[in-house]
Structure formats: C-alpha cells, structure tokens
Design a protein around this ligand. Structure first.
Ligand code: CA
Length: 221
C-alpha cells in the first residue's frame, strides 16, 4: 500500500517516510504543492499525509481541490502547533484527521492505520457511463470491461466530468480543474484533450454542447 507524504521540511519528510516504510507501506515524498495536487489526483494511495504550509499551492487549497474533483483518498493533515484555525479549515476542506506538530511518529502511524481501516470499509462505487467504468479508488478506467490506459491529465479530465455528470461543464471550469497555473490554461488544449480521450475510449460518453461546454449524461434509469 502506498502512502503519499506531502511535506516540504526535508527532515520531517524523511522521518515520516522511514516510519511509514518500517510499518510496511511504500512511501512517496513530495515537497511541492503543485506536484502533490497532481499526484494525489491521478495516482492511487492508501492514504495521504498532508502538511499545510507548502511552496506552490498551500495544503488546504490542495485538499479542497481534491475533494471537489472527487478524490476520496483519506487525508491526515499536519498543522502547526496551536493553529486551531488550520484544524477547523482542514476539517472543512475534507481532512479525515489531523495532528499538530511536533508529533510523535507512533501517533502518526496509529492515525494512519485507523484511517486506512476506516476507508477500507467505505464503499466507493464505480462510476459507470455507457460502456465506460471508472474506479475512483484504483484510478482504473475500463471500456467494455477492458482496462484502458489514460495519461494523468486524461484521467483527471474524465474523473472530473464523471463526478459532475448530468450538468454542463464549461471549458473554463475544466481548465481551472486541470491546470494550476493561469498561463497553462488554454481552452484549445482542453478541446484537444477531449478529442484524445474520445479516441481512446472509442465510446460516445462525452457530449459537446457548442458554446457551453461538455456534458456526460448519467445512465437512464
Ligand atoms: Ca511546511
């Protein structure tokens, strides 16, 4: 089971990684907010340890974005000592648990185990639209039961549309959900990405509403 450790203080990140590894998990360290957001949204982890003060995007914003995109991975937030507003903000943003710094490594592990246990019992339904099935937990996409390999951006796009199925999503909204920097945002890029995704899926699940955006229609009841 993989754990994503998002922490920009090198020593703390390494201590956490050592402890997590000794406990039998596979640790992956990310020090930058942007990369953390991307990895957490496109790769499967059993849990994420998230520091709030990060270069790039701050931890709370990352967490809010993940939850908005439908990323359900359990998140343990690390806050500065006494920063009660961080704790409140973290829980509002979708944190499953939090710990104040400095913490004891044993406590981190105990909380992690509890989070993973709880999430294992949580049912996360597959999202099926026509012949396409998306597994939010494993990040797997199947077409007619056959696994399809998508790039991280393609997966993120499909995941966003599937989580907001039944309503029109504009190109602007999509580019905000997909790219973190304004200068990367380009509606032509979104159009190209949707085109590639359609070719890979070979299924007509993403409809274009000219002038408005895209819509994925939920299956008819
Ligand atoms: Ca920090």
């Amino acid at each position: 089971m993989r754990i994503l450790i998002v922490e920009d203080e090198d020593r703390i990140a390494r201590d956490l990684a050592d402890a997590v590894t000794a406990a039998g998990y596979v640790a992956q360290i990310v020090a930058d907010g942007e990369e953390a957001w991307f990895k957490g949204g496109t790769e499967a982890y059993a849990a994420i340890i998230l520091d709030l003060g990060l270069p790039g995007i701050d931890g709370l914003s990352i967490l809010k974005r993940w939850r908005q995109e439908g990323v359900a991975t359990p998140v343990l937030v690390l806050t500065a000592r006494g920063a009660w507003s961080d704790r409140v903000g973290g829980i509002d943003a979708g944190a499953d648990d939090y710990l104040s710094k400095p913490f004891r490594i044993e406590e981190v592990l105990a909380r992690l185990r509890a989070l993973i246990r709880r999430s294992a019992g949580r049912v996360e339904p597959l999202i099926a639209v026509g012949p396409v099935t998306l597994d939010p937990r494993s990040r797997e996409v199947m077409v007619d039961g056959v696994p399809t390999s998508l790039t991280p951006l393609e997966f993120r796009l499909l995941n966003y549309l599937f989580h907001h199925r039944g309503r029109i999503v504009s190109q602007t909204e999509l580019s905000e959900a997909l790219y973190s920097h304004d200068h990367e945002r380009d509606t032509n890029a979104i159009e190209a990405l949707v085109g590639r995704l359609r070719r890979k899926l070979k299924a007509d699940v993403i409809e274009t509403r000219r002038g408005f955006g895209y819509i994925v229609n939920p299956p008819e009841k």
